[in-house]
Design a binder for this molecule. Structure first.
Ligand SMILES: Cc1cc2nc3c(=O)[nH]c(=O)nc-3n(C[C@H](O)[C@H](O)[C@H](O)COP(=O)(O)O)c2cc1C
Length: 210
């Protein structure tokens, strides 16, 4: 039996660190337009949601939830996208409406990330609540990548319309943060340049502004 690399004192703990580093640095988003079947299996979907549940969350709030847009419901989601467009742009032409509808079909697996934002919570700032949802969605993206899938988080203006909110059944204090489209990349994308660590890190030396 192989030792569990996550356990303290395990000899190959270092290998686990390298594997994690490789997984995180090799993940990059792929547009929902460039995702095809297969998507995650039901068992993999369960694991994707399980890793979301391991995200940090202040005050034991876990202020977010996921919704699965089932394949059979995609034509209805297309109606919702069209209604959202018409709410924003009542004069939208046929082509715009068609483009809005098309979005509903993208992503073999399509999840929505919904965050409950309680601005009156004195203990857990609303920034902490949104950050927790961000951590949860990143866990999902990373696990999907580890399973060999490509994915992308997208929001867009439709999700902020009343037509969309009503159709999805959002509560008053809920915000639809984004979709997560997950599937198989139909073409390999160019490797993105990532910032180097030094550009993201400053030191504080104890002096104001130092
Ligand atoms: C909550 C959230 C919403 C996003 N919405 C969009 C979007 O609507 N359109 C888009 O092109 N990118 C969107 N992005 C950014 C992409 O998901 C992606 O992170 C970005 O293109 C950088 O690519 P990378 O993940 O490979 O670094 C969003 C990211 C987050 C976290």
């Amino acid at each position: 039996m192989t030792a569990d690399p996550t356990q303290p004192g395990t000899q190959n703990k270092h290998d686990y660190g390298e594997v994690m580093f490789k997984a995180m640095t090799s993940r990059q988003s792929v547009s929902p337009k460039r995702l095809s079947e297969p998507g995650p299996s039901p068992q993999q979907l369960e694991k994707l949601v399980e890793v979301a549940g391991c995200a940090p969350h202040h005050g034991l709030l876990r202020p977010w939830r996921f919704v699965l847009f089932e394949k059979e419901a995609r034509p209805k989601l297309a109606d919702v996208f069209e209604a959202a467009l018409l709410e924003r742009c009542p004069d939208a032409d046929e082509e715009d409406r068609h483009r809005a509808r098309e979005k509903a079909a993208r992503g073999p697996l399509l999840l929505g990330v919904i965050v409950t934002v309680d601005q009156s919570d004195e203990k857990v700032a609303f920034e902490d609540q949104i950050a927790s949802a961000g951590a949860a969605l990143q866990n999902v993206l990373l696990q999907a990548h580890a399973f060999g899938y490509a994915a992308k988080a997208t929001s867009g203006r439709a999700v902020r319309t009343q037509a969309f909110r009503t159709a999805i059944g959002l509560e008053k204090d809920e915000t639809f943060l984004c979709f997560l489209a997950i599937g198989t990349a139909i073409q390999s994308s160019r490797t993105k340049l990532r910032p180097n660590a030094q550009s993201l890190l400053t030191n504080w030396n104890g002096l104001a502004g130092g």
